[in-house]
Design a protein around this ligand. Structure first.
Ligand SMILES: C[S@@+](CC[C@H](N)C(=O)[O-])C[C@H]1O[C@@H](n2cnc3c(N)ncnc32)[C@H](O)[C@@H]1O
Length: 256
């Protein structure tokens, strides 16, 4: 369930290009089912007085849109053409580039922050850190966020059990997820938030996780149907249309 959220994989998937490239095959689905980031997390990640920021691994522009809404100039960087197409269509005000984190299409000292939402674990950390150092203005910082379900009890624990990555999951220190960033120089915060979801919402979201997207079709359908049934059973038990799914946004800041 949390293949790309808290408790999800950190370093390993970056070594698997098939998974890193799995997003584009369902870019529209991704845009439809993935949530926005909680405003408190975005507040914490954006430096005070920032004017121009980069959103790297920007996907379809979930975070890009929230940054534009704050009046920021946003450079969105994304290496998957299908994801980038959706981003360009939805957020024409962003300066969008087809590129990866390891070679940013940005001048030296040209942005107030490099922001990365649920994507740092896909980057080659050494190259990405070097690029972050290069493009940040003096005093600027790197802001990372991952969001996903927490806590995992009752029906949410049953959902987590469906995660193809569960062997690698567990609540790990977000600092460990910021691979390559000096651990003794980071600040972290967890923003807890709730999602009100239907069985279809959860099925749709899970289908956008790379660990599920690359499963054989029959296995993928089994996992998605099982997730739907878990949420539907809880919804029926409560007699409601939606259920509350507790989430955490794990945030990390690093000022080189
Ligand atoms: C889980 S999605 C997150 C997208 C978006 N930031 C969001 O929050 O919805 C991960 C994104 O990282 C991108 N990605 C994978 N490898 C990358 C790399 N080396 N450099 C930059 N982005 C990369 C993928 O194409 C995908 O769009």
């Amino acid at each position: 369930m949390t293949a790309d959220g808290p408790g999800g994989p950190d370093r390993a998937p970056a070594l698997d290009p098939r998974r890193a490239g799995a997003f584009g095959s369902s870019a529209e689905e991704y845009e439809r089912w993935r949530p926005r980031y909680p405003d408190d997390a975005v507040d914490w990640l954006v430096p005070p007085g920032a004017v121009r920021v980069a959103d790297v691994g920007a996907g379809t522009g979930k975070l890009t849109g929230q940054l534009l809404e704050r009046g920021l100039g946003v450079v969105a960087v994304e290496p998957d053409p299908a994801m980038l197409d959706v981003l360009r269509r939805r957020h024409p005000a962003a300066e969008a580039h087809f590129a990866g984190a390891e070679r940013l299409p940005l001048a030296d000292a040209s942005v107030d922050a490099v922001l990365v939402a649920t994507a740092w674990h896909w980057f080659r950390p050494d190259a990405a850190v070097a690029e972050v150092r290069r493009v940040l203005r003096p005093g600027g910082w790197l802001g990372l966020v991952w969001t996903g379900p927490r806590p995992r009890t009752g029906w949410t624990a049953a959902l987590a059990e469906l995660d193809p990555d569960r062997a690698r999951t567990g609540f790990r220190d977000p600092v460990r997820r910021a691979v390559g960033v000096p651990a003794d120089e980071v600040e972290t915060v967890d923003v807890l938030w709730d999602r009100h979801v239907t069985p279809d919402d959860v099925r749709g979201l899970l289908g956008t996780h790379s660990g599920v997207a690359v499963l054989p079709a029959a296995e993928r359908r089994r996992v998605l149907d099982a997730a739907w049934a878990i949420v539907d059973a809880e919804r029926r038990r409560l007699g409601t249309a939606t259920v509350v799914w507790p989430q955490a946004a794990e945030c990390v800041r690093w000022r080189p």
